[in-house]
Design a protein around this ligand. Structure first.
Ligand SMILES: [Fe+2]
Length: 279
């Protein structure tokens, strides 16, 4: 069993997303997800009580960085020391939502992961509950990426999906008791796959569905229940085609629970029906 609890517990806090049309995308997120927007850099800071996204001008659908909140300065300092001892290249990183001692580390695909202590965010509650909870990337080098996140950063494997040749096609990893805060799919190219907001119950999914309906935003996958993670879900797409997931009832696992295996089939991704298979 892996004993390196380096980043544990850490939670996805915010990320940056690039687009060629920042105004259109930001306005969609205000309408669809109830964000407040304010200008930031060459784009927008989208604020919610439990969900924050930074929209920047650039190529469509790239993620300049994903930020995970750690417990406190002491936890961050411990992480930083251990990354250094493992001869990982860490850099100071500035993001408007973390204290100025945040650090970043880059994976094999060039994705930047930031660890830091959050500044005080927006008070109150979001109109519809949905805490930014996980982000998922597609990769051409799944095994190396999984090794980096588990052995170097201290994520814990929850579920791995294998094809009939016993090659891994997906891996879901946790950095606190929630089944996954990061996922990776084998695919022909490295890119953003989707990101997810965790609501509190099935009735929230209903309310999100009704809200999207009022806004004429169609659900593109679901409602369903994932096999790996056991969470209820619906998916919608933003104007750039980025996939957003609203989830509920994600499985909780202890640090000690061993990784499990799933077959590469639709049922693994949707116990209720058809699935979006990436490879
Ligand atoms: Fe997801």
């Amino acid at each position: 069993m892996a004993e390196n609890k380096l980043i544990w517990p850490a939670r996805l806090h915010h990320f940056a997303l690039t687009t060629e049309t920042p105004e259109i995308l930001a306005d969609w997120y205000v309408r669809a997800m109830g964000y407040e927007k304010e200008t930031y850099g060459n784009g927008w800071l989208l604020s919610g009580a439990e969900r924050n996204i930074i929209i920047l001008t650039g190529n469509k659908s790239e993620v300049p960085f994903s930020s995970y909140a750690v417990e406190d300065d002491s936890h961050l300092s411990n992480i930083s020391e251990q990354f250094s001892a493992a001869e990982c290249k860490i850099e100071k990183f500035s993001t408007p939502l973390f204290c100025d001692n945040a650090i970043s580390i880059t994976d094999h695909d060039g994705n930047v992961f930031v660890f830091g202590v959050p500044l005080r965010g927006k008070a109150g509650r979001d109109q519809l509950p949905g805490r930014l909870q996980h982000i998922v990337f597609a990769t051409t080098q799944l095994a190396d990426q999984v090794s980096f996140f588990t052995n170097t950063l201290g994520f814990r494997k929850s579920d791995t999906v294998f094809d009939s040749d016993k090659d891994p096609t997906a891996c879901f990893m946790r950095s606190d008791p929630e089944h996954h805060s990061l996922g990776l799919f084998r695919a022909p190219e490295a890119r953003l796959d989707h990101f997810c907001f965790e609501s509190t119950c099935w009735n929230d999914i209903r309310d999100w569905g009704d809200h999207f309906s009022e806004e004429r935003i169609p659900i593109v996958w679901g409602a369903g229940r994932h096999g790996a993670g056991n969470n209820l879900f619906i998916f919608v797409e933003d104007p750039d085609g980025n996939k957003l997931e609203i989830s509920a009832e994600i499985e909780l696992m202890t640090w000690e629970q061993e990784p499990r295996e799933w077959p590469h089939e639709e049922r693994t991704l949707n116990l209720w029906g058809t699935a979006w298979l990436r490879s």
